[in-house]
Design a protein around this ligand. Structure first.
Ligand code: ADP
Length: 291
């Protein structure tokens, strides 16, 4: 069993499934509603825990009832969140999500009122015994400091960074990681409309992946060669919320299992595709070979 520390967000998601995406100013009835713990880093750890890995989440929690719900969900899934910082008097981050049955898209409205995790807090967390360190690429200057600290304290610990959105300084963050997981949103914002040409120019010095929704994903190997693998489509696309987080978990799981980068690309697509065929993240642990 590997141990992974993931730094990023844990949120509460309020998810409505509708027949189709509503028009502005419309009133529509949802087909269903569910409330789930979300957040990219927390979701990735959730799936890695299902695949047999030990996870620790580090981020900031509020001190409202929603935060207790988030923390108890993480604990139930075997994820240690005991080192999280607590921001008193603040609200937990909440995402309102509309999943459209017609297209399988998920539209997210996110509200966040929490301070970011500080490098000082990160410095107080032991890195010994860890096999992997994963960061959501947010708050680039502070995260870069955390990566430098981790390199100094644990030079052999592999570090991955998820780059989901364009943010000032996120390129330096990507270049400091051993493995970068880019999103289509970031690639398109940078002016590219396919993963291969994006990755050829992407700010990454070693391995880089780029997930591209129903078109699958690309990999750029350290020698610069690009590899594409098609998405592994479920019989019916039910819910794509968290597909990217599952892709990331599949990639990390393969690397932690000593598999090749191409296998990691395939495992990312396989587990993300399986996720798209179901609501939520439950039961994904059997999709890939166990740890
Ligand atoms: P997110 O929007 O959650 O960040 P993406 O939409 O880029 O993530 O999807 C991540 C991965 O999920 C893709 O690389 C692919 O493997 C899988 N995926 C996404 N949408 C579909 C789909 N409609 N059918 C099959 N697989 C999908």
């Amino acid at each position: 069993m590997s141990r992974i520390l993931a730094v990023g967000l844990a949120t509460l998601d309020i998810i409505h499934t509708t027949e189709a995406y509503p028009a502005e100013d419309a009133e529509v009835r949802a087909l269903s509603q569910r409330v789930a713990r979300g957040g990219n880093a927390a979701n990735t750890l959730d799936v890695l825990a299902q695949l047999g890995h030990g996870g620790q989440w580090l981020g900031v929690l509020a001190d409202d009832p929603e935060a207790e719900r988030i923390a108890s969900d993480l604990r139930e899934r075997g994820i240690d969140c005991g080192r999280a910082a607590v921001a008193r008097g603040r609200c937990s981050p909440v995402s309102h999500v509309i999943c459209s049955r017609r297209t399988g898209t998920r539209t997210i409205i996110h509200h966040r009122d929490l301070p970011e995790l500080t490098p000082t807090r990160f410095a107080a967390v032991a890195l010994s015994g860890l096999d992997w360190l994963h960061f959501e690429g947010r708050n680039p200057p502070a995260t870069l400091e955390m990566i430098r600290d981790a390199r100094a304290r644990a030079p052999d610990l592999p570090i991955s960074v998820e780059v989901e959105k364009p943010r000032e300084g996120v390129e330096a963050l990507a270049e400091s990681a051993d493995l970068v997981l880019f999103s289509r949103v970031y690639a398109e914002a940078a002016g590219y409309n396919d993963g291969e040409s994006f990755l050829a120019a992407a700010p990454a010095r070693n391995l880089a992946y780029c997930a591209w929704g129903s078109e699958g994903a690309w990999l750029r190997q350290p020698d610069g060669r690009a590899v594409h693998r098609a998405a592994e489509s479920p019989r019916r696309v039910v819910d794509t919320l968290g597909a990217g987080d599952c892709f990331n978990a599949g990639v990390l799981h393969a690397h932690l299992s000593g598999e090749s980068a191409v296998t990691a690309l395939e495992w990312g697509n396989r587990i993300a595709g399986a996720k798209c065929g179901q609501e939520g993240l439950e039961g994904l642990g059997t999709v890939l070979p166990p740890a």
